[in-house]
Design a protein around this ligand. Sequence first.
Ligand code: FAS
Ligand code: PHB
Length: 404
Amino acid sequence: MTPDLSGCSPADVPARTGVVIVGGGPSGLLLSQLLHLAGIANVVLERRSRAYVLSRIRAGVLEQGAVDLLRRAGVGARMDREGLVHDGVEISFHDRRLRIDLADLTEGKTVMVYGQTEVTADLYEARDAMGGTVLHEAEHVQLHDLEGGRPFVTFRLGERYHRIECDFVAGCDGFHGVSRRSIPADRLRLFEMVYPFGWLGLLADVPPVHDELVYAGHERGFALCSMRSRTRSRYYVQCPLDEKVEDWSDDRFWTELVSRLPADIAGRLVTGPSIEKSIAPLRSFVAEPMRFGRLFLAGDAAHIVPPTGAKGLNLAASDIHYLSEALTAHYRRGDDSGLAAYSDRALARVWKAERFSWWMTTTLHAFPDRGAFAARMQEAEFDYLASSRAARQALAENYVGLPY
Ligand code: FAS
Ligand code: PHB
């Protein structure tokens, strides 16, 4: 139902644009920046305030493809100054440690440790500098006429409703957004696996326990030692789904983390007061296709991965690479082949990342009801990695990111 638009004053909102981008997270902002650089008019509609978006603590590792794309978008300068290039990552299983030499196993590829919060801040700064239109606290966003060829989007800013006519809508509004839900259920195939545990994350201004990330499997549960800089660390412990973050004091978190790490790493842990603590559920999810008429889904709006493989933000980047290229070909050359191929092209990479994230999660987490055989399978996975370069090479090529 189209809301009553009478009395809306379009003074600060364009009546028409090329692409309306729903969602001002990394997907939406990166697409907006790339389209602007290609001379394609666009407007970003973000439900929350900028401060709220920038308060979220999420991903921490960027694949080479995402790093290259951010540089092409003109937002790589601070990342190149402050980001940490890592050429290896540790996997541990109880007291056994195994370093995966990413650079050696992938002919020189590495990952960049640089928080999603910083990526988002850099994108906002670039949008401001280029006079981009990012409308915050846009409520009741509704998508209309997506298959009719004259799509438009309605929304409320404050007390007033607005309408923007456009050529295309990019659904970059995450798992809980309105875009995917605007597609008729009989036009979508959904694939989902919900894991019987979550991740309790803690951010603290303490030096990282190790100079590379440590993914630790243990019978008490998974733990991850990550970082945001050489003075700010990010840690996670697997926790039951019904846990409440308020039941986890800092001391309880540090004690549990130490119990899951190899002794020689745990012995180096520097603890301190948390500056953020939160619990995130884990799920694998894919919606097919990633297109409906003039609507294109990208990032978490279309797919979710458990963060064990550090793929969530990186899949958003490859989606945006494909979509921005396809839209640019449409506007510059009237070539719609990229738009026609977008969903299949994006999903081909999405499903391989879903597989890797599922494999890392099932290999390293303690499943409540999994039994002795499954526990032996996890040990066998670790033994295979320890004894086979080919196994380590498979992990490494997925971790640094499969080709776009
Ligand atoms: P986002 O969800 O980041 O952004 C969507 C934006 O759309 C939000 O700002 C939202 O406010 C807005 N929006 C929603 N509905 C709207 C509407 N109706 N109208 C307008 N705007 C609307 N990935 C990793 O690689 N490593 C991690 O450790 C990790 N941790 C995570 C923890 C949590 C709690 C979550 C939810 C995700 C995590 N992820 C992680 C995945 C995450 O990084 C995503 O992959 C990344 O945020 C994807 O970016 P977007 O697609 O932009 O979606
Ligand atoms: C993080 O630093 O938040 C992080 C890093 C790697 C992951 C997940 C999260 O796989």
